[in-house]
Design a protein around this ligand. Structure first.
Ligand code: BES
Ligand code: MN
Ligand code: MN
Length: 477
């Protein structure tokens, strides 16, 4: 039954891309207060797309509370799947994506403006093209393709699309905690990750968690002339630099006491599978990273370092004088945006507490330090031994004509952990991004062939999950 839907998706492919362009023109930057209205516009656009696809109960769910000023969720469902021949109800699949995007800056590095989508060489360029508007739109278009050709879906479907993923996903987390029953499902499908290599169908089975923090240092009561006071007054930027340098050793190891306690290592089988992936470290250094050397814990492979080891990074140090030219000042205050990526076995709160205690302890004299958490999310490894993962593995293998590989992702999608822990459902991460898609960077793109293959893979996935025939358990280890 998926042939007709796939045929429809192919026939309508050009229109699907035109619609995606309209969505990409809306600058739904969730972190920027000046874009709140645009974020809402994007939510409404997605809701309209779900309505047009034939979904029911389409609505925006507000997430603003006393504690949180949030962006709306988009909800939809279709819960009329016919029971199987033996009378058993069909499973319910929860489709997840996000319609918010990261800021587009630095603007002058974009070849075409970030919110004026342009197709070049089979890629669509715009902020959000692959992360995650393009991938989320594949879900909407897969639903439309099946609904328009069959008049029904092979499984029950709920859809939840958030507008705060890029700022920590607090709104959806609260909704899942408080109204989890409204998202009741047997499995979740997420398309917000990457393929290991072009043409290689990939399921992502783990994500790192994170804590995103701000470290603030205060010295003098006010900004001071650095000639008059330099030598006697504490400098908060120097203090931050000293603290940061003490937190991460040159060999990549983090020096916070107890930081690595309780970490769960990947299984032997998983490590063995990673060793078989087509990965060339030199190629990666040159073409993906573009640096003269790779850094970090060299006793671990690059894949282990980016998927299964925790890290610390500094994103920016706002404060002081950063304008053109020179100003001789000792700033009274300096901040650093610092995040840690966490792996299974680590807890955001516990890691934060160890970090806080450490910086308070090493804080140079004359400096007051304040540590605050901006957002956090738990690490997750999903189970691969269930019919949903098997269905996804087969669906992708069929569409791409190659065997599906299993990887982890170094990034974070905070809500995935909650799907597994709060809703207790297996989550399938079927992503179609490529390593050169420039997520969060200038010239973000989505390879259009993957947009179309993504739609087909989702159609096939729903078909297999809804099929009366048992999904073969396949094999990967
Ligand atoms: N889609 C990414 C996460 C991702 C990217 C997972 C590549 C696996 C491979 C997501 O939109 C993202 O960027 N998440 C943020 C987390 C958030 C809390 C700011 C991240 O990882 O920095
Ligand atoms: Mn994303
Ligand atoms: Mn992102």
């Amino acid at each position: 039954m998926s042939e007709a839907a796939v045929g429809y998706a192919r026939e309508q492919g050009t229109r699907f891309v035109e619609e995606l362009k309209d969505l990409l023109r809306i600058p739904s930057v969730s972190t920027a207060p000046e874009h709140v209205e645009d974020v809402r516009k994007a939510a409404e656009f997605v809701a309209e797309g779900l309505r047009a696809a034939g979904m029911e109960h389409v609505r925006l769910i507000e997430t603003t509370s006393d504690a949180h000023k949030g962006h709306p969720l988009v909800y939809a469902d279709w819960l009329h799947a016919e029971p199987a021949a033996d009378g058993k109800a069909k499973p319910t699949v929860l489709l997840y994506g996000h319609y918010d995007v990261q800021p587009a800056e630095p603007l002058d590095e974009w070849k075409s403006p970030p919110f004026e989508p342009e197709v070049r060489d089979g890629n669509i360029y715009a902020r959000g093209a692959v992360d995650d508007k393009g991938q989320m739109w594949m879900h909407v278009k897969a639903l439309e393709s099946v609904m328009k050709t069959e008049g029904k879906l092979p499984v029950n479907v709920r859809v939840i699309i958030e507008g705060e993923e890029e700022v920590g996903g607090e709104g959806i987390a609260a909704f899942v905690r408080e109204h989890g029953d409204q998202l009741k499902a047997d499995a979740a499908l997420v398309s917000d990750t990457e393929m290991f290599a072009p043409e290689l169908p990939t399921l992502c089975v783990g994500l790192r968690g994170m804590i995103y923090t701000e470290l603030e240092a205060r010295g003098a009561a006010t900004d001071l002339h650095s000639g008059m006071y330099g030598g006697a007054a504490p400098n908060p930027f120097v203090a931050l630099a000293q603290m940061i340098a003490k937190m991460k050793r040159e060999d990549g190891r983090i020096a916070i006491p107890g930081f690595y306690d309780g970490i769960e290592e990947p299984t032997k089988a998983e490590l063995e599978a990673w060793r078989k992936l087509p990965f060339d470290e030199e190629e990666y250094r040159k073409h993906e990273v573009g640096s003269t050397e790779l850094t970090g814990e060299t006793m671990f492979s690059v894949l282990e370092r980016t998927w299964a080891r925790p890290t610390m990074d500094v994103h920016g140090m706002p404060g002081g004088f950063t304008g053109a030219g020179a100003k001789t000042v000792i700033p009274a205050r300096a901040t650093a945006k610092i995040s840690f990526r966490l792996v299974p076995g680590m807890k955001p709160e516990a890691t934060f507490a160890k970090y806080k205690r450490f910086v308070e302890e090493i804080c140079p004299k004359g400096i007051q330090v304040k540590v605050s958490m901006i957002h956090s999310g738990e690490p997750i490894v999903v189970s691969t031994d269930n019919r949903y993962v098997h269905a996804a593995t087969q669906a992708m293998a069929e569409v791409f004509g190659k065997e599906t590989v299993f990887i982890r992702g170094g990034g974070s999608i905070p809500i995935v952990g909650d799907f597994v822990r709060e809703l207790g459902i297996p989550t399938v991460m079927m992503g179609f991004g490529l390593s050169d898609d420039n997520l969060h960077a200038p010239n973000e793109k989505f390879h259009l062939a993957n947009f179309h293959r993504g739609i087909e893979s989702i159609v096939m996935f729903l078909d297999r999950v809804g099929s009366d025939k048992p999904v073969s358990t396949g094999s990967r280890d």
